[in-house]
Design a protein around this ligand. Structure first.
Ligand SMILES: Cc1cc2nc3c(=O)[nH]c(=O)nc-3n(C[C@H](O)[C@H](O)[C@H](O)COP(=O)(O)OP(=O)(O)OC[C@H]3O[C@@H](n4cnc5c(N)ncnc54)[C@H](O)[C@@H]3O)c2cc1C
Ligand code: SF4
Length: 443
């Protein structure tokens, strides 16, 4: 069971001797299957080898080559489905704890101030990045290292996207996210916060300011609703908004009473992905008496990681499989009284105080509705091409991460963004070359 208001990080870090001992177990396989399992092809055996010899700075340099967010990935990636699940030692149930080692190297490096990257000269062009989630941060870091001047436009008052306002503190401390962002800022990336593109300024304004290319990494911030009686009641919360409020409450920017879910409540969470489990565990931490996750399919179909589920069960979250909420009954304007739940077609009415919806999300239309030429599919996802990778139907505007891929994971947003960074670099180099040729020939 979990203490109220205990947002302390749940998974502990290695001590230095533990990390070195764990690194020394690696077999340095000739064909490292762990690396194949990593969506961004992190050079895992190489940096683990440096760590095993106590060369922490070298380990960090190797990680930096592929990742801008190692302290984040070390904590929230689905290692059991990726590198660790692919490690040859996994067959014996003894995989190397790659995530925990990556987290150790990144934390050790930033706390000790071990490595410092030189600020590259910004001579290749100017790129505006809209959104500072994992996709935007990755584009910014990669392009800054390639010699581009990058400015990020973010609508929130702090950068980080879901890392800052979605994934809860007990899994990903905000201090860790801030340290990673500081490293990207140290590469010369400029942040403009509280700037909503599509409201305060438009894509055309950004081009008018002289940017050569624009990247949209705006995620999927619009939560989906369920079409059931009572779904629009005030006491029915959207999980991503609830989690955002809790982040603001923890940062001292919102009062406990505004978080709403808590104080002995009976809470039902609908859905079974990362967001649902985070909302359920957070509701417990906010003081809810009873939290139940309701999912219309079986545990085998659950999108959340098994480890997240196990931790939620250990903390006291209950799960109802093959179950849907069919009716939400109001007590008054502010409160709900009962919900009807249907398990394998058998209905029953149970008392409830809150329903939290975590049934998916889709992109907002702020930018595409204020900009000509950016086409989206029938669900609002931005359409992009493969050459140059990531360019939308509007010349010079690129997109990547969840806004093109559908809600995925941190590392998949990063993988996509790395490829888009290559696409942007090729595009900007090409237009600059054409400009030079035209200027030289007096056109
Ligand atoms: C609650 C929750 C828990 C999750 N847990 C995990 C996990 O454990 N592991 C994992 O791998 N993945 C997890 N995910 C998924 C992962 O966080 C996302 O796939 C990832 O953040 C997508 O990155 P992104 O950069 O595309 O978008 P986002 O992180 O959504 O970032 C988009 C950014 O764009 C900004 N923005 C949007 N519109 C505008 C605009 N018009 N102008 C300016 N700024 C704008 C937003 O404010 C935001 O900062 C989780 C998601 C949620 C919601
Ligand atoms: S597969 Fe496992 S043992 Fe082999 S190199 Fe990768 S981490 Fe080391």
């Amino acid at each position: 069971m979990i203490d109220n208001n205990s947002f302390k990080e749940v998974n502990e870090s290695y001590t230095l001797p533990e990390a070195v001992r764990e690194a020394q177990r690696c077999l340095h396989c000739k064909v490292p299957s762990c690396r194949k399992g990593c969506p961004i092809s992190n050079d895992i055996p190489e940096w683990i080898g440096e760590l095993a010899k106590g060369n922490f700075g070298n380990a960090m340099h190797i990680i930096n080559d592929r990742s801008n967010l190692p302290a984040v990935c070390g904590r929230v990636c689905g290692h059991e489905r990726q590198c660790e699940g692919s490690c040859v030692l996994a067959k014996k149930g003894e995989h190397i704890n790659i995530g925990k080692l990556e987290r150790f190297v990144a934390d050790f490096d930033s706390v000790a101030g071990l490595t410092h990257e030189a600020i590259p000269e910004k001579s290749r062009g100017r790129v505006a990045v809209i959104g500072s989630g994992p996709a935007g941060l990755t584009i910014a870091g990669d392009l800054a290292r390639k010699g581009f001047a990058v400015e990020i436009f973010e609508m929130e008052s702090e950068p980080g996207g879901v890392l800052m306002y979605g994934i809860p503190e007990y899994r990903l401390p905000k201090g860790v996210v801030r340290r990673e962002i500081k490293k990207i800022e140290n590469l010369g990336v400029v942040f403009h916060l509280g700037q909503t593109v599509g409201e305060e300024l438009t894509v055309d304004d950004l081009f008018a300011r002289g940017f050569d290319a624009i990247f949209m990494g705006t995620g999927t911030g619009v939560p989906k609703r369920l079409d059931i009686p009572g779904a629009n009641h005030k006491a029915v919360r959207q999980a991503i908004r609830f989690l955002r409020r809790v982040s603001l409450y923890e940062a001292g920017l919102m009062d406990n009473s505004e978080v709403i879910v808590g104080n002995g409540d009976r809470v039902y969470v609908v859905g079974c992905g990362n967001t649902a489990i985070d909302a359920a565990r957070t509701a417990l931490r906010m003081g809810s008496a009873e939290v139940t996750v309701v999912y219309h399919r079986t545990i085998e179909h659950m999108k959340a990681l098994r480890s997240e589920y196990d931790e939620a069960v250990a903390e006291g979250v209950k799960f109802l499989w093959n179950t849907s909420i069919t009716i939400i009954e109001a007590a008054d304007d502010e409160h709900i009284a009962n919900i009807t739940i249907s398990t394998d077609g058998v209905e029953r009415v149970v008392p409830a105080d809150h329903v939290v919806m975590a049934v998916g999300s889709s992109p907002a239309a702020r930018i595409v509705s204020t900009t000509r030429g950016i086409e989206v599919d029938d669900r609002g996802y931005v359409l992009t091409r493969d050459n140059p990778y990531g360019m939308t139907t509007r010349k010079g505007v690129f997109a990547g991460g969840d806004v093109t891929n559908r809600p995925a994971t941190v590392v998949h947003a990063m993988r996509d963004a790395k490829q888009v960074a290559e696409g942007i670099a090729r595009y900007v180099d090409a237009i600059k070359l054409l400009d030079d040729i035209n200027r030289d020939s007096g056109l």
